[in-house]
Design a binder for this molecule. Sequence first.
Ligand code: NAP
Length: 249
Amino acid sequence: MSDTNDLYGKVALVTGGSRGIGAAVALRLARDGADVAITHRDSAGSAERVVEQIKAIGRRARALRADNADPAAVRAAVADTVAEFGRLDILVNNAGAGVLGPIGELTEEDVDRVLHVNVRGTYLACRAAAAHLGEGGRIITIGSCMAEHVAFPGGTLYATGKAALTGLTKALARELGSRGITANLLHPGPIDTEMNPADGPGAEAQRVLTALGRYGRPEEIAATVAHLAGAQGGYLTGAAIAVDGGFAA
Ligand code: NAP
């Protein structure tokens, strides 16, 4: 249990919580006291394992199948969370598609897929959540260091989508601030997950671009999410926070 983030009685929804950063965030919020719903698209088994881990911590948990590219599924995920737990206090937009490649080789289907999952789905989740969040509510979105610093070719599509989240976050902060709700963006650097394994073919090129000379761990992203989610993050809104080992330094 953390002594700085008291999330007891709070309910969180983490999109893409079946593995990687989202799973670490879900577990951290649960350790800090929150009941947590997670979404996934394909890996129901992994999602159930995260649910079991959260229950073992003593919190309530639920896995929901919801492709972030499907507007109805995103709406339903928010509605089902509120129906199950009675409220919603924290939305973590984590689900993301990582598609890299030369602009001439990316297809229109790639463009639709990435923008639907990373931007439209995130926007619609915020819209649905905003109807339920109250005073002290939190919207925390996982962007990418590539939104602000594209260090190598191949990032046109991914960076376009992640950069769009800056506008969304700042506008949400302005729009929801009067209700006591904060909205922030977190820009991870290279984090060791299935999307970007630290022993993958492009890993060394990313590692040397960080000031710390290493990949981050999902738990290191979760720690900042926990700060933003907790009472101590109450005066932080409209911000983009790099947790990137100095990738953008
Ligand atoms: P990951 O290991 O591939 O995990 C992705 C998670 O999102 C899984 O739970 C996956 O569920 C879910 N997901 C993927 N597509 C989805 C969809 N269309 N609808 C609902 N859920 C979906 O990825 P990660 O590295 O943890 O990345 C998480 C977030 O951090 C992403 O937004 C990514 O862009 C961002 N990020 C990652 C890095 C990095 O280096 N890892 C760096 C910067 C930013 P299923 O298992 O069901 O597919």
